[in-house]
Design a protein around this ligand. Sequence first.
Ligand SMILES: [Fe+2]
Ligand SMILES: [Fe+2]
Length: 283
Amino acid sequence: MSIQQVDYDGQIPYNVNLGSDVRVKRALEKWHPGYLNWWKDMGPEGFQESLVYLRTAISVGSKGWAKFDYLRMPEYRWGILLAPAAEGRTIPFGEQRGEPAWQEVPGEYRAMLRRLIVIQGDTEPASVEQQRHLGKTAPSLYDMRNLFQVNVEEGRHLWAMVYLLQKYFGTDGRDGAEALLQRRSGDPDTPRMLGAIYEKTPDWLSFFMFTFFQDRHGKMQLEAQAQSGFDPLSRTCRFMFTEEAHHMFVGETGIGRTVQRTCEAMVQAGQDVPYDVANQKAR
Ligand SMILES: [Fe+2]
Ligand SMILES: [Fe+2]
C-alpha cells in the first residue's frame, strides 16, 4: 500500500500498514468502542445525529488530502495518518545529533517519550469536552460547521497519539491509551493533565480565543515534536499541522469578525468605550 493511500476496508482508516501488524490493529479496534462512548458522552451535545458537512483526512499527499461529505459525527472516519518518512532523516538536536532518527523507542528515553505523547494526547479530547455545549449557541451554520470540524479533528489527533502508544509502548502504552478515555476536563477526581485545558469555553468569544491562542500554541508544540528524534512522533505531528491550519483560521477570522462588528456597533451607538456594555444597552 502506498503511503499516500488510506485503507478504508477496516474500521480504521490508516496509512501505517496496520494490515501486517495484527497486534496493533486489534488493540486499536478494541480501543475504538471506548472512544465512541467517550465521543457520545463528551462530544458535541445535541448534534450527534445531525448530518454535518465535514472534511475527512484520507491521504497525506499535498494535493487532495481530504474529502468532504455530509455525515453524522459518530460515523466520522478517525484515521491514523503519518507524513511520509524523510529518507535518511537524522536527529536534529542534542547529544545524538546527526545519528539516524529512531524508528523504535530508545530504552533510555522511553518513559519521557511516553509521557510526552500521553500529554499531547490528553490535550486533544480536552477541548472537545470544553466546547461541547457551543453548538446550541452557534452564531451561524457556518460557525457551527467549523466548530464540529475542529472537534472531530481533535478527536483524530487523540487517535494519532493512541496509535503511537499502542504501537511502540507495549502494555504501558495500552494503559496510557485507556487512561486518555477516563480523564475529563475540569473533573475534580480525574482531571485532564494541563491546566490550560481546565479553562471553560462557555461562549463563542472564548472559543475564538481558544482557537486563536491555544491552537497557535498547539502548533508550536507540534512543531517542536515534529523535530523529535523519534521518527514516528515526528511524522505524526507533521501531518497534524495540515489540520491545525484550519483551527487557527477559525480563531483568527472569528476574532476578526467580532472586533469588526464591535466597532460597527460602537459607531452606531456613538460610543468609544468597547466594554461599556451597560451604557450601550441603555441607548
Ligand atoms: Fe489537535
Ligand atoms: Fe487544534
